[in-house]
Design a binder for this molecule. Structure first.
Ligand code: AMP
Ligand code: GLY
Length: 421
C-alpha cells in the first residue's frame, strides 16, 4: 500500500512511525509533514486544508489510502472530497466530524440519547448567556465556543466578571471567529480526567488503551490551556470496571446515536471523560486521534495499524483482534518559550542525531524543520520525548533522561507530567 498521512505535528509523526512498521506499507507520504517526519516519510508541501492539492498528489503518486489526522480538514470535508474520487480514507466525513466541530451538536446529541455529560444551555446572544449565568449565580461556570478553536475555546470562569469578559471576547470580539457565534454554558464538573481513543467503523467499537493529557502550560496545572504538554498511558484512574461502564454507558451509545442520526462515524473517536462522583461523564468528543495522546497510545499497539485502518474503511473492524503491549508509555512535550502565546521560530535544536532521534527515547517531532542536516524549531510545541517502561514511573524517568539531552534556546517543558492528578 502507498499511504498518505495528512497533517504535520507530533501526532502525525507517531502515526507515520507506526505505519512504517507495517509489512503492508510500500511507501509513506505526509502532507505537509515536518522536519522529523521527513526522516520517516516523503513530505510533500501541500497544506492539510488544500483538497485540490491533496487530490492531485493522490493521483500523481498513485496513493492507495489517505489517513486524515487533524480536526480542521475533517470538519471541512477532506474525507468527503477524497471518497467522491473513490479514494479510501481513515477518518469521518464532515457530517460525522461535527461531533467535534460543533459543541452544540454534540451536547444536543448526548442529551437526546441519554449519554452522561455536564448540564448545559446554548446561547446565541451574549446578554442572554450572561443573564442566565447571573441568575444561576454558581461559580466556577464553564463557557465553550461552539466551533473549533485550537483547543482554546473553553473558559472556566471563577467570577461573574470573568464570565462577562469571556462572553465578550468569544461572542463580540470573535477571538475564535464564527466558532463563537454560539456558546454552550455548562455546569462545572470535578474528578480525574481520562482520554480514551477508540477505533470504530460504525458497527464495532474497539477502545484503545487509556491515557492522560496535561493541558495546562505550567507545573502544578497552572497557566493557560495548551494543545497538551505531555501524556501517560495507561491512565491510573481508568480501572477495568470503569472501562466496562464507559463502554456500556458512553462508547456504544455514542456509536448508536450517530448511526440513528444518519451520521455513521468511521475513524478514531476520542472520548474526553471526567470520572465524577456521579460516574463517568463526557467532557468532549474529538473526531480524530488526540495530540499528544497518540504519542503514548500508538507505541503500545501491537496489531498492524495499516490492517486496522483498512478494516475500518471497509467496515470489517469486528473481525479484527487488536492487541496492546502491557508496558506503559510517557511523553514529555518540549515547547518554544512563550507558548501558547507568541514565540520565536528558527532556533537550532541540539542533541538530536541525523534522524532527529536521541538515545533511549523516541522523539516525535511536532514543530520542526530540517535544513542542511540541522533541525530548527518551527512551532509552539516542538518535540514530544517518549519512552516505554514496565511502569509509568519507569517510562517517565526514561523520557525525562531524554529531555535532559536535548536543548534549544528558551525550551519549556513541564517537570510534573504523570505526577499530578
Ligand atoms: P475541552 O477543550 O472541551 O477538552 O476543555 C478543556 C478543559 O477544560 C478540559 O480538559 C477540562 O479540564 C476543562 N473542562 C471542560 N469542561 C468542563 C466542565 N464541564 N467542568 C470542568 N472542567 C471542564
Ligand atoms: N490533547 C487533546 C486534543 O488532542 O484535543
Amino acid at each position: 500500500m502507498k499511504i498518505l498521512v495528512i497533517g504535520g505535528g507530533g501526532r502525525e509523526h507517531a502515526i507515520v512511525r507506526k505505519l512504517k512498521e507495517s509489512p503492508r506499507v510500500e511507501a509513506l507520504y505526509c502532507a505537509p509533514g515536518n522536519g522529523g517526519i521527513s526522516c520517516d516519510a516523503q513530505c510533500i508541501s501541500v497544506g492539510a486544508m488544500d483538497q485540490e492539492g491533496v487530490k492531485d498528489l493522490v493521483r500523481k503518486e498513485k496513493i492507495d489510502f489517505v489517513f486524515v489526522a487533524p480536526d480542521d480538514p475533517l470538519a471541512a470535508g477532506m474525507v468527503d472530497a477524497l471518497e467522491a474520487e473513490g479514494i479510501p480514507c481513515f477518518g469521518p466525513n464532515a457530517r460525522a466530524a461535527q461531533i467535534e466541530s460543533s459543541k452544540v451538536f454534540s451536547k444536543n446529541l448526548m442529551k437526546k440519547y441519554g449519554i452522561p455529560t455536564a448540564g448545559y444551555e446554548v446561547f446565541e446572544q451574549p446578554e442572554k448567556a450572561f443573564g442566565y449565568i447571573k441568575a444561576q449565580g454558581k461559580y466556577p461556570v464553564v463557557i465553550k465556543a461552539d466551533g473549533l478553536a485550537l483547543g482554546k475555546g473553553v473558559v472556566i470562569a471563577q467570577t461573574e466578571a470573568e464570565a462577562e469578559k469571556a462572553l465578550h471576547s468569544i461572542m463580540e470580539d470573535k477571538i475564535f471567529g464564527a466558532s463563537g457565534n454560539r456558546v454552550v454554558v455548562e455546569e462545572f464538573l470535578t474528578g480525574p480526567e481520562v482520554s480514551v481513543l477508540a477505533f470504530t467503523d460504525g458497527n464495532a467499537m474497539k477502545p484503545m488503551v487509556s491515557s492522560k493529557d496535561h493541558k495546562r502550560a505550567y507545573d502544578g496545572d497552572k497557566g493557560p490551556n495548551t494543545g497538551g504538554m505531555g501524556t501517560i498511558s495507561p491512565n491510573p484512574y481508568y480501572t477495568e470496571e470503569m472501562a466496562r461502564r464507559c463502554m456500556e454507558e458512553i462508547f456504544l451509545p455514542t456509536m448508536k446515536a450517530m448511526n440513528a442520526e444518519g451520521r455513521k462515524f468511521k475513524g478514531c473517536l476520542y472520548f474526553g471523560l471526567m470520572l465524577t462522583p456521579q460516574g463517568p461523564k463526557v467532557i468532549e468528543y474529538n473526531s480524530r486521534f488526540g495530540d499528544p495522546e497518540t504519542q503514548v497510545v500508538l507505541p503500545r499497539l501491537k496489531t498492524d495499524l495499516a490492517e486496522i485502518i483498512t478494516a475500518v474503511a471497509e467496515e470489517r473492524l469486528s473481525e479484527l483482534e487488536i492487541c496492546w503491549s502491557q508496558q506503559a508509555c510517557a511523553c514529555v512535550v518540549m515547547a518554544s518559550g512563550g507558548y501558547p502565546g507568541s514565540y520565536p521560530k528558527g532556533l537550532e535544536i541540539f542533541g538530536l542525531n541525523a534522524q532527529g532521534q536521541a538515545e533511549g527515547v523516541v522523539v516525535y517531532h511536532a514543530g520542526t524543520k530540517l535544513e542542511n542536516g540541522k533541525f530548527y524549531t518551527n512551532g509552539g510545541r516542538v518535540l514530544g520525548i517518549t519512552a516505554m517502561g514496565e511502569t509509568v514511573e519507569e517510562a517517565l524517568a526514561k523520557a525525562y533522561e531524554g529531555v535532559a539531552k536535548i536543548s534549544f534556546e528558551g525550551a519549556m517543558y513541564r517537570k510534573d507530567i504523570g505526577k499530578i492528578r
